[in-house]
Design a protein around this ligand. Structure first.
Ligand code: ADP
Ligand code: MG
Length: 622
């Protein structure tokens, strides 16, 4: 303690300026967290220099070597020293921090990297007769020397963090760091589809192994992006996406978003770009969740690559040293645009879901039969092969007739169903979902279409239709209720009861009337008429769970939709119910007429389609 002033510790030192090396090392802590963030800075520099091809090589997860080579405009020899000093940049003049069009502008990456690793920059400025090189090691800058390079810039970073052993300890395994580098490069490759990228793992020396390659794409922004996304996310993604293009008050949203049926178990395929810069932002992912909330259960995540662009003044990218976070001037506008554009696209997609079976699935359906051998099968092995699916050719002799058939579980035979008069005519095959031909396992409907067949999960489809009907009723005049002859008394926990009673006014509009019933019970008086006879107890318990899950965070509308979706499950055809031909065809027609009927309330497809060409491929006919 200080004798004069007990509040000033004796060991306080006076304020003084840190030297450049220390300042750079501190800045490096913010800009360069790991090898992947070094790669990000170097590739962004190459893009800012107008490169059309960028090659990234790394060894040992980027810990021992990162080398980024580009064909951009290069750096003049007499600016190399400046490039390595802090807050020195060619990208802005400092007068207008709100009007930024480049990835970089802080002038911090190269000095930071030079402070925590061995950095060498070799560059040949456009039009210059020769190249030059400069090295910096742990902050000590060497001389500018002549070098050999035909064009562009090559930046080599060796032994990252060798000068800061504490940071070295925080590095993950080579594998994890390599993976992170791959992710960074792929994000930037999506942001710049016209630029070609190669990523090579050169661990152990030599040319190394190409781990990612993206050839330069041509065409307009949508075409180029489509090609790039197919390369990075796969053909299954592009085959199942919706093109997004929307504008609101000068804010533009473009890109591709997958149909709900192409969803993922984690948020691994959500890519957002703000003014061309890859960002990770809670506002944007939250908006995405909102847009798909109607189609996906909470453990499924949509896949998207979406680009927001606006006047740079309307978004602040300078809130984080790595610029991976942004702040919108009008966050509500950005959110609203994303939610409405995606909801609109989803509505337009209508019953189109992940309808065409992917190549992988087709492959899996094809039995492995060795080539060039002929199998002679006896009757016993034939029926063993067919197992439960004893789909036989109907013959007159067996008492079958043409047309509608129904599979009988008990006998394992295909039973005839009266046909023709029910309207399952050739005409219906022209409709998108075709004409119902059979029902399997008392759930799946087989329908014939003009150019193939579809298989409908009747239970899932019905659930979705009931949900959509409920929503329509809800929007028009509230859901019609039906009074229970004998009110149902349900005992529940105090928490559940209080949540249910708080939601009671909303539930009334949904056709569900509940009242307190003293102590620890509630009384159900009315249920939604559309559901017919329901197990009121099971439904109320489900809704109580949903309310507990939702918490208070959701908007009233989202909550109502979540509850409706639960309610819909209770009115659905349960698996095991046999349907008549007219019922099946009616279901198909209603699916065609109903928006969003291509996926169930949990985001699974309600039907899949096999085109004739797919069927022919399955049998090796093409
Ligand atoms: P910033 O990108 O924020 O300007 P950096 O420290 O990353 O800061 O780079 C400093 C300067 O070096 C850049 O402004 C640019 O002029 C030059 N530079 C860096 N990398 C390259 C490159 N690959 N090609 C051309 N110029 C480059
Ligand atoms: Mg930079």
């Amino acid at each position: 303690m200080n004798a004069q002033n007990p509040y000033i510790p004796l060991d306080r030192r006076p304020i003084r300026q840190l030297d450049d090396a220390a300042a750079n090392r501190i800045a490096a802590g913010e800009v360069v967290e790991c090898p992947a963030s070094a790669v990000k800075e170097l590739v962004e520099n190459a893009l800012d220099a107008g490169a059309t091809r960028i090659d990234i090589a790394h060894a040992d997860g980027g810990k021992t070597l990162i080398r980024v080579t580009d064909d951009g405009h290069g750096i003049p020899a007499n600016e190399l020293v400046l490039a390595l000093s802090r807050h020195a940049t060619s990208k802005i003049d400092g007068s207008d921090l709100l009007n930024i069009h480049s990835f970089g502008f802080r002038g911090e990456a190269l000095p930071s990297l030079g402070a925590v690793g061995r950095l060498t920059i070799t560059s040949r400025f456009t039009g210059s007769p020769e190249a030059a090189r400069i090295s910096v090691n742990g902050g000590a800058i060497g001389p500018v020397e002549p070098a050999a390079l035909t064009a562009g810039t090559m930046v080599e970073l060796r032994d990252l963090f060798h000068a800061t052993p504490a940071r070295l300890k925080f590095m993950r395994t080579d594998r994890a760091e390599s993976q992170a580098i791959g992710d960074v490069v792929k994000r930037l490759a999506m942001a710049e589809p016209h630029v070609g990228f190669t990523l090579r793992d050169v661990t152990g020396g030599g040319e190394g192994r190409v781990t990612f390659r993206a050839d330069p794409q041509t065409g307009d922004m949508f075409d180029a992006l489509y090609g790039r996304l197919r390369g990075i996310l796969g053909a299954d993604f592009t085959a199942n996406t919706m093109k997004i293009e929307a504008e609101r008050e000068g804010l533009l949203l473009t890109g591709y978003a997958a149909l709900p049926t192409y969803s993922r178990g984690a948020a691994v395929a959500q890519f957002f770009f703000v003014n061309g810069r890859p960002v990770k932002d809670k506002l944007l992912t939250g908006a995405l969740r909102g847009a798909y909330s109607d189609f996906l259960s909470r453990d499924r995540h949509p896949a998207v690559a979406l680009f927001l662009s606006c006047d740079p003044e309307r978004v602040d990218v300078n809130v984080h040293p790595a610029k991976s976070e942004v702040r919108f001037r009008e966050p509500g506008l950005a959110r609203g645009l994303i939610v409405s554009a995606l909801k609109h696209a989803l509505a337009e997609a209508g019953h189109r879901a992940s309808t065409t079976v992917s190549d992988a699935t087709l492959g899996a359906m094809r039995p492995e039969i060795p080539q060039g051998r002929v199998y002679q099968m006896d009757r016993a092995s034939q029926s063993a092969l067919h197992g439960a699916y004893q789909f036989q050719q109907p013959t007159q002799q067996d008492g079958f007739q043409e047309g509608f058939t129904d599979f009988d579980h008990a006998s394992g035979r295909v039973e005839p169903v009266p046909s023709a008069s029910d309207g399952a005519s050739a005409l219906d095959e022209a409709l998108p979902l075709g004409a119902a031909r059979a029902q399997l396992h008392e759930n799946y409907i087989v329908a014939q279409t003009k150019d193939g067949m579809i298989l409908v999960d009747a239970h899932a489809a019905h659930e979705r239709l009931v949900y959509e009907r409920l929503k329509t009723q809800m929007a028009e005049k509230g859901v019609a209720a039906q009074t229970l002859l004998i009110p149902e008394i349900i005992e529940m926990s105090a928490d559940d009861i209080s949540r249910l009673l708080t939601a009671a006014p909303d539930l009334t509009e949904l056709g569900l009337t509940i009242e307190p019933f003293g102590g620890n019970a509630i009384c159900v008086r009315e249920t939604p008429a559309i559901l017919g006879e329901v197990d009121a107890r099971a439904m109320i318990e489900d809704i109580a769970d949903e309310l507990a899950d939702l918490g208070q965070t959701q908007t009233v509308k989202d909550r109502i939709e979540a509850i409706l979706s639960r309610v819909a499950c209770h009115g659905s055809v349960r698996t095991g119910r046999r349907m008549s031909a007219p019922e099946m065809n009616a279901l198909l027609r209603e699916m065609e007429a109903t928006p969003h009927s291509g996926q169930c309330n949990h985001g699974r497809p309600t039907y899949v389609e096999l085109k004739m060409s797919d069927i022919e491929r399955l049998f090796g006919r093409t």
